[in-house]
Design a protein around this ligand. Structure first.
Ligand code: ADP
Length: 532
C-alpha cells in the first residue's frame, strides 16, 4: 500500500480552502430588483456559517433534507454550503415544475425546511406552506414582509449567529445534495449526490478542456442552481478561486445577461442553447455584439444539441463555443468538445457540434439492443451508457432498470462515437422517429431547420402514420415578423438528408413550449399535435 495520507473529499474542504486562500475573490449577484449585490468568498462563507448555526438551532440534523426554491444568487450559494457542510442534504427544486410535481418531490424527500426567494414565496411558497408541514420557511429578499408562524426573513434568521460554525467531520460518501430530473421524458427521478462525487466532479469541471476555470477566469453560470447544481460551477469556482457572476432570477433575460457580461467583464459562461438565442437577440448588429461580448472568451453550450447557426453567430462576435453533454444523473459533466492542439482551425462545423470527448472520471460506451458493445467508428449507433465517480448508481427511493449487471447506466440517449472519441448524440430514445422500420434523428432535422435564416427555433416530433408507422412533423417559430414559407423550408432540406427523412409537414407557432430547464418540451408538443 502507498504511504500517502487520505483526506475525506468533502464540500467542507472546498469551503475551507476558498476561505483561507481566495477569501478576497469577488462575487456579484443580481437581486430581485435588478440591483447588484457584491461581496467576497470570505463573507459568503461567514454567512453560510451563520445560516448553518440558525438552521441547527431550528433543529436541522445530519441527513435531513432542506429544500431550496431559489435562483442563481448569493443566498442560494450560502445555502448550498450551510446545508451540505452541516451534513444535511441540499435539495434544490426547480420552481418551474408544476406545483403538484413540486409537492410530490418535497414529500418524497421529506424536506423539513424550505429556503425560498421572496418572489417565489409570493407565487408558490405561501401555498406550499399550507399543504407541507415545513418546520421553517426561510424567505430571502423579503423586506421582512413574510407572514405565518413558521416563515422568517433570511437575514433576520441568521442575525446574531456566530460567523464561525463547528462544521462536523463528514464521511466523504455522505449525501450532500438532491436533484430531481425535470421529467422531460418521464416522471422526475431523484439523483442523490455525495460529498465525494461533488468534489471529484468539481475537479473535472474546472479542467482546461472542460470549463477551464481558474483564478484568471470570471464565470457566469446561466445554468440554474436549482437544476444539477448549475453544472457544479458553485463548487468548482471556489475550488480554484474563480470570481462568480450570478444572474439571479434573470437567466432567461438576454438584456440582463448582456449587461452583466459587458459591465462585469465575464470571461466564460455556460447555458442551454435557448439562453444564447436570448442573448444574441440583444445585439443590434455585429459591431455592437463584438463590443458587448469583448471580455467573453468561452461559451459552453449543453443540455441540448447546439444548432450550427447559433455556434457560428456566437463565434462571429468573438467567444469560442464549447458544446458539452451531461445529465442530472451524471452531476452533470460527461463530455466536452474542446479543440485538440492538432485540429485548431481545421475542424469542420459538424465536428464542432458533436458532444465531445469523455472527461476523465466518467466512462462511455455504446451498445445495441442485446447489450453488445459497438465500435467507435462514427457509423455504429446505439444506446449510450456511462459509469464513473459522479454517476448515480440508483435513484432516490425509486426502483428503475437503467443499470445493467456491470454497473453501466443507460442514459436513454442514442449516440455514435467517432474515431477521435467524440460522442455524437443523435436523439433521445423516446424522441426518435421510426419511419418504415428505420430511425430518423430529430436532432439532425432540427439543426438543419434552425440554420435557415427565417427560423428562430425548431423542433421535430414523431406523428403516427398508417403507412410508415411514424413521420416527422417540423414545428418552427419565426425569426422576424415575416411568416416562414413551408415549401421553401422543406426545399431547404434537399441534399442535406435522405429524401425520406424530410418532414411531411411544417407548422409555424409563436413560441415553442420549453421545459423547466429551458429545453424544448417535446412531451407538450406531442400532446398539442396529437389531435391534428
Ligand atoms: P431532463 O431534461 O430530463 O431534466 P437533464 O437535464 O438531466 O434531464 O438532461 C439530460 C439530457 O439532455 C440528456 O440525456 C440528453 O438527452 C440531453 N442533452 C444534454 N446535453 C446534450 C447535447 N450536447 N446534445 C444533445 N442532447 C443533450
Amino acid at each position: 500500500m502507498g504511504n500517502m495520507m487520505t483526506m475525506p473529499l468533502t464540500i467542507t474542504s472546498i469551503m475551507r480552502h476558498a476561505q483561507q486562500v481566495f477569501g478576497h475573490v469577488d462575487l456579484v449577484s443580481v437581486n430581485l430588483d435588478l440591483s447588484r449585490h457584491r461581496y467576497n468568498y470570505s463573507v459568503c462563507f461567514q454567512r453560510a456559517a451563520q445560516l448553518a448555526g440558525a438552521l441547527s438551532q431550528a433543529g436541522m440534523k445530519q441527513g435531513d433534507c432542506v429544500a431550496t426554491l431559489a435562483w442563481n444568487d448569493h443566498y442560494h450559494l450560502e445555502a448550498y454550503y450551510a446545508i451540505s457542510c452541516s451534513g444535511a442534504i441540499c435539495h434544490t427544486i426547480n420552481p418551474r415544475l408544476h406545483p403538484e410535481q413540486i409537492k410530490c418531490i418535497i414529500r418524497s424527500a421529506n424536506d423539513r425546511f424550505l429556503l425560498i426567494s421572496a418572489d417565489l414565496y409570493a407565487t408558490l411558497g405561501r401555498e406550499l406552506g399550507k399543504s407541507i408541514p415545513f418546520e421553517k420557511i426561510i424567505v430571502y429578499q423579503s423586506d421582512n414582509t413574510v407572514d405565518g408562524d413558521n416563515s422568517v426573513d433570511y437575514d433576520s434568521f441568521i442575525q446574531g449567529q456566530d460567523i464561525h460554525f463547528p462544521w462536523p467531520n463528514l464521511d466523504e460518501n455522505q449525501a450532500s445534495g438532491l436533484c430531481y430530473t425535470s421529467g422531460t421524458t418521464g416522471n422526475p427521478k431523484g439523483a442523490l449526490y455525495s460529498h465525494r462525487s461533488t468534489v471529484l466532479h468539481s475537479y473535472g469541471m474546472a479542467l482546461p478542456d472542460s470549463l477551464n476555470m481558474s483564478l484568471s477566469t470570471k464565470v457566469m453560470p446561466v445554468v440554474p442552481m436549482f437544476h444539477v447544481n448549475a453544472w457544479g460551477i458553485p463548487y468548482s469556482a471556489p475550488m480554484v478561486g474563480s470570481p462568480l457572476v450570478l444572474p439571479g432570477r434573470y437567466m432567461g433575460d438576454g438584456k440582463v445577461l448582456a449587461a452583466l457580461i459587458e459591465e462585469e467583464e465575464v470571461t466564460s459562461a455556460a447555458g442551454v442553447p435557448t439562453a444564447w438565442v436570448n442573448l444574441l437577440d440583444q445585439m443590434k448588429n455585429q459591431e455592437d455584439g463584438i463590443k458587448k461580448l469583448r471580455s467573453l472568451k468561452m461559451v459552453a453550450i449543453g443540455g441540448a444539441s447546439a444548432p450550427a447557426t447559433l455556434v457560428e453567430k456566437i463565434e462571429a462576435l468573438g467567444p469560442r463555443v464549447r458544446t458539452a453533454w451531461g445529465m442530472t444523473e451524471t452531476s452533470p459533466l460527461g463530455c466536452v468538445n474542446a479543440l485538440a492542439h492538432s485540429d485548431t482551425n481545421q475542424v469542420s462545423i459538424n465536428d464542432r457540434l458533436k458532444a465531445g470527448r469523455p472527461v476523465y472520471g466518467i466512462e462511455f460506451r455504446i451498445v445495441n439492443d442485446r447489450e453488445e458493445e459497438l465500435p467507435w467508428n462514427g457509423e455504429a449507433s446505439g444506446h449510450l451508457e456511462v459509469r464513473g465517480n459522479w454517476v448515480c448508481r440508483q435513484y432516490y427511493h425509486q426502483e428503475a432498470d437503467n443499470w445493467d449487471h456491470h454497473g453501466w447506466f443507460n442514459t436513454g440517449d442514442i449516440a455514435k462515437i467517432d474515431t477521435e472519441s467524440r460522442i455524437i448524440i443523435t436523439d433521445r430514445s423516446k424522441d426518435l422517429i421510426k419511419s418504415g422500420g428505420e430511425w430518423i434523428s430529430s436532432i439532425d432535422l432540427e439543426n438543419i431547420a434552425a440554420s435557415h435564416p427565417d427560423v428562430r427555433e425548431a423542433a421535430v416530433i414523431a406523428m403516427p402514420d398508417p403507412k410508415w408507422d411514424e413521420r416527422p412533423l417540423l414545428v418552427v417559430t419565426p425569426n422576424t415578423d415575416k411568416d416562414i414559407n413551408p415549401a421553401e423550408l422543406l426545399e431547404f432540406y434537399q441534399g442535406k438528408v435522405a429524401n425520406w427523412w424530410i418532414p411531411d409537414r411544417v407548422v409555424q407557432i409563436t413560441d415553442l413550449p420549453h421545459t423547466a430547464t429551458g429545453k424544448v418540451d417535446k412531451k407538450v408538443l406531442r400532446a398539442q399535435f396529437e389531435e391534428t
